[in-house]
Write a protein that binds this ligand. Sequence first.
Ligand SMILES: Nc1ncnc2c1ncn2[C@@H]1O[C@H](COP(=O)(O)OP(=O)(O)O)[C@@H](O)[C@H]1O
Ligand SMILES: [Mg+2]
Length: 227
Amino acid sequence: MDLLEVNRINKTYGTGEAAVNALKNVNFRVPKGEFIAVVGESGSGKSTLLNMIGALDTPTSGKVFIDGKDIFSMKEERLTVFRRRNIGFIFQAFNLIPELNVEQNIMFPVLLDYKKPDPAYVEEILTVLSLQDRRKHLPRQLSGGQQQRVAIGRALITRPTLILADEPTGNLDSQNSNDVISLLKTASKRYQQTIIMITHNRNLASRADRVLQVSDGVLTDLGGFSE
Ligand SMILES: Nc1ncnc2c1ncn2[C@@H]1O[C@H](COP(=O)(O)OP(=O)(O)O)[C@@H](O)[C@H]1O
Ligand SMILES: [Mg+2]
């Protein structure tokens, strides 16, 4: 069974003259462990699509199934828990907790679920994200790129089945961007995590298993690139 099924999603913002059809009959499936890049011009509907998949907003019509579950049929409370256990979000607004240091911010989602973080995995994340010597720093003591890396670590720590990333490397230099993509690739290949990543960077997109393009709300499958 596919991990993600997006079934004829339409999203219209506003009404009448002001209506914007941000997504038009978007339909695709993603097997478990696949790493998808989503490309497209600014305003084409990429973030809207990601928000629907993460159930952060509801479509005008259509359904999203994650692991066979119709996410829009869930009650809010159940959806909140489902999201926390199954989806890792890497979005532009970092939403780091200002009072917690780097290590604590990364471990936070695990603690929220009354679980114990795996210390070896915390170390691996800190190392890959080049944050070892910043582990005791607070978010306000970090650069934008460092804060973004903490947010990435926080999304990965629970090893979510589905990772949704909106321009995760937007503030990073090319070395860090490549390291982050490598980390995401490992997550998909070693741990069978499914990844949907929006990027403007064609080089980074080409490292995904498959590229989907959104243009004016319409989705096209561009297939895969061989490395
Ligand atoms: N909350 C909203 N209200 C009204 N229009 C919106 C809203 N969010 C996005 N849009 C519109 O929907 C279209 C797609 O936006 P978005 O998904 O953010 O594009 P992208 O992420 O590809 O840049 C744009 O025309 C944008 O102006
Ligand atoms: Mg966007």
